[in-house]
Write a protein that binds this ligand. Structure first.
Ligand SMILES: NC(=O)c1ccc[n+]([C@@H]2O[C@H](COP(=O)([O-])OP(=O)(O)OC[C@H]3O[C@@H](n4cnc5c(N)ncnc54)[C@H](OP(=O)(O)O)[C@@H]3O)[C@@H](O)[C@H]2O)c1
Length: 281
């Protein structure tokens, strides 16, 4: 497959780059972060983006945009330009081709009041980021064609260039919510999941097997990797007052049986990878 990976310099994109490059011809993009081997493109440069997309790819994976909740809340126009309008540009660029678009979306399209969310549940975003992801899904899916939206939950694990998740442990104290619950996805399992599922069209949820609190996940990671931080339990409302973060986001699929590994298996894999890195001179 010839794949264009938008956002290959990011946290999720970097792991997809690492997972897909051995099996496919992958052209990855970066923006602010310069990564050797990646092509620099700004999603707002419509001419450059269209020219790149028009280079005969089988698949365009859109993993770029404004993802940080607080940044999206503070800059809604920028969030819309990067997360929503870019999808329209991609659609226009591929309209006379066989190129398929796979858009990564988020569990933040839901409000967190449901027990479990499948692809059939109605969306109700509570923050700007979630609203842009809903709008982006609508742009892609209302177009018809064979395009695909893949919603993912919180992802965890290492990534080559932008270790967003591991950066959360950089302080001496790491706060983690006991009342925020999800089925987090181990990041290295996303590339094989997409390979298994990208022939689908429409909307899919992809998540991990186990339902845990943020506190359980973060303390598990800190313990398994022996990180020099103390993970302390907090309540969501006590520390994350704005923007609103949905508290229970458990994604499940009615269309496929893929589930990422449980947390214990994933942490064993992370610890093993850390051990082998430490042994390398
Ligand atoms: N992380 C999660 O837990 C999570 C959960 C659910 C869904 N998702 C979805 O996964 C996707 C990737 O998220 P992430 O966590 O990997 O985010 P990230 O680490 O912030 O990466 C964002 C990517 O977008 C690129 N980008 C930002 N502004 C750009 C611009 N103006 N033009 C071109 N590229 C630009 C960044 O490039 P530079 O860094 O080079 O500037 C980077 O490659 C998003 O669609 C997000 O909604 C993530």
């Amino acid at each position: 497959m010839k794949i264009l990976l938008l956002g290959a310099s990011g946290y999720v994109g970097g792991a997809l780059w690492r997972g897909l490059s051995p099996h496919h011809t992958v052209v990855g993009t970066c923006s602010q972060r310069t990564v050797p081997g990646l092509v620099k493109v700004d999603l707002r440069d419509e001419a450059a983006l269209s020219a790149l997309v028009g280079q005969g790819f089988d698949l365009v994976i859109h993993a770029a945009g404004l993802v940080d909740l607080a940044s999206a809340e503070a800059q809604p126009a920028l969030a819309h330009a990067l997360n929503v309008h870019s999808v329209q540009v991609l659609l226009t660029a591929v309209r006379h081709t066989r190129t398929k678009i796979l858009l990564l979306s988020s569990d933040n399209v839901f409000d967190g009041t449901g027990d479990v969310y499948t692809e059939e549940d109605p969306r109700a975003p509570v923050n700007v980021y979630g609203r842009t992801k809903c709008a982006a899904e609508d742009v892609l899916l209302s177009h018809g064609g064979g395009h695909l939206v893949v919603r993912i939950p919180l992802v965890y694990g290492r990534s080559p260039w932008a270790d967003r998740f591991m950066a959360r442990f950089s302080a001496a104290v790491t706060r983690a919510q006991t009342d925020v619950v999800c089925a987090p996805l181990y990041l290295p399992s996303l590339a094989p999941a997409l390979e298994e599922l990208w022939d689908h069209r429409g909307l899919l949820h992809v998540a991990g097997a186990e339902v845990v609190t943020r506190y359980e996940l973060m303390s598990g990671v800190a313990e398994a990797l022996r990180l020099p931080t103390r993970v302390v339990p907090v309540r969501n409302d006590d520390v994350f007052t704005s923007p609103r973060r949905p508290e229970r986001l458990v994604l499940r699929s009615v269309h496929h049986g893929f589930l990422g590994p449980d947390v214990e298996t994933a942490l064993a894999d992370m610890a093993k990878a850390k051990g082998s890195t430490e042994e390398t001179p």
